[in-house]
Design a protein around this ligand. Sequence first.
Ligand code: F6R
Length: 621
Amino acid sequence: MCGIVGYVGSNEATDFLLEGLRRLEYRGYDSSGVVTIDEGELQITKTAGRVEELSKALKRSPAKGSTGVGHTRWATHGPATNENSHPHLGGDRILALVHNGVIENFREIKQRLVQHGCVFASDTDSEVIAHLLAIELEKKTEDTLNEIDPYAPLVAAVQNTLVQLSGTFGLAIVFRDWPETIVAARLGSPLVIGVGEGEHFIASDGSPLAGHTDKIVYLADHEIAIVTADAIRVVHRDQGDVGHDVKLLEIDSTEVELNEYPHYMLKEIFEQPEAIRNALRGRLDKDEATAVFGGLNLSAQQLQKVKRFVLTACGTSWHASLVGEYMIEALARIPVEVEYASELRYRNPPLDTSTLLFALTQSGETIDTLAALREMKRKGHPTMAICNVVGSTIAREADGGIYLHAGPEVGVASTKAFTAQCVVMSLLALYFGRLHHLSYEDGLRIIADLEALPEKVERALETSNHVRQIASKYANCNNFLYLGRQYNFPAALEGALKLKEISYIHAEGYPAAEMKHGPIALVDEKTPSVFIVPRGAVYQKVIANLEEIKARGGPVIAVVDEGDHQVADLADDIIEVPKVADFLQPIVASIPLQFLAYYIALERGCDVDKPRNLAKSVTVE
Ligand code: F6R
């Protein structure tokens, strides 16, 4: 969602802050700001709009200083204005802070603070933290004025503030009277510290650190960090001073560069063959005709006893979970339920001890998915994460899991993470199938299908130019239907989501036969239907649904197997993709649907990598 950066060292802080905020732009935001400490004064610069505006403002009026924090804001409380942008000031300019997350009890706190005489400069929930902290700091009671520990008043004030908040926060704070210190704190909103030589970096994820350091410290919930150029001290709410592990940051700065591509989304679409190879690497065991995973942390005997799966996720990851449901039920014959994480977290479904929960998440930070995982863990169910971002909160909190290894996904619209998630789902289906009744021969056949997949996806990428022409033909339409059956129903949902999120066109995904029960009323000559109709078990059934649309004058774009003449004679436009086994069809069919969304968005002049209102990593509820 929003992004946080911080710098303390001997260089100009704004150099890292601006570069870091640019690297975090992909997360989605609508305003930005920085604060530095220059000659004992807090220097704040904030602008609504792009980081470029902030950069221009800083050129006009530079903010000097080698300690500072910065923020990109995605509006939750109050519109995107300069005033609502972070940082927010507390007291008589004694501190400034940036905040990710949501403070749920901010109204009560604000009322109290206004009575106390505080004047608010913004509509945000975050500003209450700045005022509360200033009041706590001014208290400086006898027992915190401790000569041995000069940070005691600071730590006490921060802790006394945080206990008053309910909600989630990632906080980075600078203080006029501690000019060479940043305090970072987290509860439910990620924060990391990059360890440099005589300098430290703060960020809400690892991407701003790439190229500056490969040493990273992940802050955990209820921890606050006191960070100076030379030291990191971590204090836990209940345990007092705790140590911190320095881990290896696995992002290569070249992986987050655009290279010759105009947009991250296009780059990531083309990275899919490699992402799939990486998701498969080392995980196929031909001797046993099964899949192997290093990190499930459960024995084969324990996994054998699993009688039911719950897959939970949001958005595109939820669609990958649906693909997984079809795969696991077909290949492993184990019942699967797919739950929206935002619903599961507040439900109390009757699950027995033989249920295994998988949380699917590209970022590993989606707050609803994290909350659902914690709720299931609390109830004693083993939890697994299927994650792309190494070291993310969900990856660390789950009992075990599988990394996608798709490489950083920067485009807001998820592409390669989706196909990599589907691949991991197929590996799980193979693995659990082989634990039960899937034969050795069937296992080998599935392995052969998976091994052939990257090359099939490469060929599907060759549809790019053709899909571009189709996109220009339909770019003016304002409604689309996406229709498919069985494995391709989730692919239809995902195709529709891609189109709506980056081109702002209304699109609905439906099981192809279900459209007769209502959505068919939408069909007219200006409402194209995108059919996913490769040859397979329900091929003729989907053709029948396609004819129903044609009979009502609706234009049809069809994704078909190479050489399919039957559908070519019926559809207005066809996109041919290589033939694959039924369970892999949603992966191959998704490629042209990603192109379709991308090129239509371009035709309509939309900002593909930074779609309006969206955030890459949704860390608020
Ligand atoms: C759509 C998209 C979102 C995410 C969703 C979950 O293109 O990217 O729908 O899939 O916000 O995010 P993760 O997978 O990071 O939990």
